[in-house]
Design a protein around this ligand. Structure first.
Ligand code: UT7
Length: 336
C-alpha cells in the first residue's frame, strides 16, 4: 500500500541506516591456496585484502537484505508497519519471483509496504535511493526502505582468478522519510545507462546469451563474466565524469561535502577519480580492503559505516556515486 501525503512540498530525511556482512572471511591467502595468484598481486591491483562470503547452503541475498533492513529499522526508530515501500537493489536474488523485497518486507512485518527489486548492478543502491527519494517527494510514499544486497558468491566461478578475487557478499539499507523541511534530501541526482556496453559485465543464463566475441570466455553459465580491462577503462573515465558533473550542477566543491560515498570497485579506480578531482582522501571512504566489491551492497554498506561513525554530518551535504553492469552509473547529492 502506498501512503498518500497531504499535498505540498516536502523534503526527505535519512532516518537511519543498517548493513550486514557474512561472518565467513575469504582472504587473499585463501585464494593463493586455490588459484595461481598471490596476496601481493591482489592487494596491488585491487586494494582488496579479504571479502566475506555466505554459506549458500542456508543463506542467500535475502538473509543479508533482511538483516540490513532490521538494523536500519532499529537504528531509525521507525516501525516496520510504517514503511510504504521497500526497494531492494540486487542482481543476485535467490528467485526472480518472489522478489527479495517482497520476502523481506513480509519477514519484518512491513505489511503496508509495496515491494520490488531493482536491477542496476553495482549502481543499484544509488538508483534505489534516487527512486525512493523521488517517490517521497512526489507524495506517493512517506517512508521508504532502500536496500542494496548481493550474494556475489552465488554467481562467482571460483576457478577463474580474474573475476573471483574481486567480489564479496554484503548489504546496506537506508530508511528515508518525508520531512517538513523541503530543503532536506536529494538536491541533485543523475542516473545513466549505456546498454551498448552490456557484454563487459553480464551473467548469461543460456548459451545464446553469450556474444560471439566472448565465446572463448571460460566462465560457466549462471556466473558473472567480466572483461576487467574494458570495465576498468569505462570506470576510470565515467567515475570522474559523474562526480565532476554532480559538483558542477550543484555548485558545490569537495570542501563543501562531508563525504563522497563511492562504489567500492577497485582502489585504483577510486584513487584515479580522487586524484584527478583533487578530493582530500579523508572525504572518500574506503572499505574495499575488508569487503571487496559487493556490487549493489557496497555504497549502502559504506553509508552505514559512515552514518554510525557520525561522518555524515547534519547540515553538510554529501554525495553517493556508483557505476556498474548494464552499463549503468548514478549519483545522488544530499542536503542533510
Ligand atoms: O563493480 C564493477 C565491476 N568490476 C570492476 O570494477 C573491475 C574493473 N577491472 C579491474 O578491477 C581490473 O581490470 C582487474 C583487477 C580485474 C584486473 O587487473 P588488471 O591490472 O586490469 O590486470 P589484467 O587483466 O591486465 O591482467 C594482467 C595480468 C594477466 O597476465 P598476463 O596476460 O599479463 O600474463 C592476467 O592473466 O595479470 C593476470 N591476472 C592475475 N594474476 C594473478 C589476472 N588476474 C590475476 C590474479 N592473480 N588474480
Amino acid at each position: 500500500m502506498m501512503g498518500a501525503l497531504p499535498s505540498g512540498a516536502c523534503g526527505v530525511r535519512i532516518r537511519g541506516t543498517g548493513s550486514a556482512v557474512p561472518d565467513r572471511r575469504l582472504t587473499n591467502d585463501d585464494f593463493a591456496r586455490m588459484l595461481d595468484t598471490s596476496d601481493e598481486w591482489i592487494t596491488q591491483r585491487t586494494g582488496i585484502r579479504e571479502r566475506r562470503v555466505l554459506d549458500l547452503r542456508t543463506q542467500g541475498c535475502s538473509t543479508l537484505a533482511q538483516l540490513a533492513l532490521e538494523r536500519a529499522l532499529e537504528n531509525s526508530g521507525v516501525q516496520a508497519d510504517e514503511l510504504d515501500l521497500v526497494i531492494v537493489a540486487t542482481v543476485t536474488m535467490e528467485m526472480t519471483c518472489p522478489s527479495v523485497a517482497c520476502r523481506i518486507a513480509g519477514a519484518v512485518g512491513a505489511k503496508n509496504a509495496a515491494a520490488f527489486d531493482l536491477g542496476a548492478a553495482c549502481s543499484g543502491f544509488v538508483y534505489a535511493v534516487n527512486t525512493g527519494e523521488a517517490m517521497i517527494r512526489a507524495g506517493r510514499a512517506r517512508t521508504v526502505a532502500v536496500i542494496g544486497a548481493e550474494a556475489m558468491s552465488s554467481i562467482i566461478d571460483y576457478t577463474d582468478r580474474s573475476v573471483s578475487i574481486l567480489f564479496g557478499d554484503a548489504s546496506g539499507c537506508a530508511i528515508l522519510q518525508a520531512d517538513p523541511n523541503p530543503s532536506i534530501g536529494c538536491i541533485y541526482q543523475h542516473m545513466g545507462a549505456d546498454g551498448t556496453g552490456w557484454h563487459a559485465l553480464y551473467i548469461p543464463r543460456r548459451e545464446s546469451d553469450i556474444p560471439a566475441e566472448d565465446a572463448t570466455n571460460p566462465i560457466r553459465l549462471g556466473n558473472l563474466r567480466m572483461n576487467g580491462k574494458e570495465v576498468f577503462r569505462f570506470a576510470v573515465t565515467k567515475f570522474k565524469e559523474v562526480i565532476e558533473d554532480a559538483f558542477t550542477k550543484t555548485g558545490l566543491t569537495p570542501d563543501d561535502v562531508s563525504q563522497v560515498v563511492c562504489h567500492q570497485s577497485n582502489i585504483r579506480i577510486i584513487d584515479a577519480a580522487r586524484e584527478k578531482l583533487n578530493i582530500d582522501p579523508s572525504k572518500i571512504y574506503v572499505n574495499i580492503d575488508r569487503y571487496g566489491n559487493s556490487s549493489a551492497g557496497s555504497v549502502g554498506l559504506c553509508l552505514d559505516e559512515l552514518w554510525r561513525a557520525g561522518k555524515i554530518t547534519k547540515g553538510q551535504p554529501f554525495m553517493m556515486v556508483a557505476f556498474g553492469g548494464g552499463l549503468t552509473w548514478a549519483s545522488s547529492v544530499w542536503n542533510t
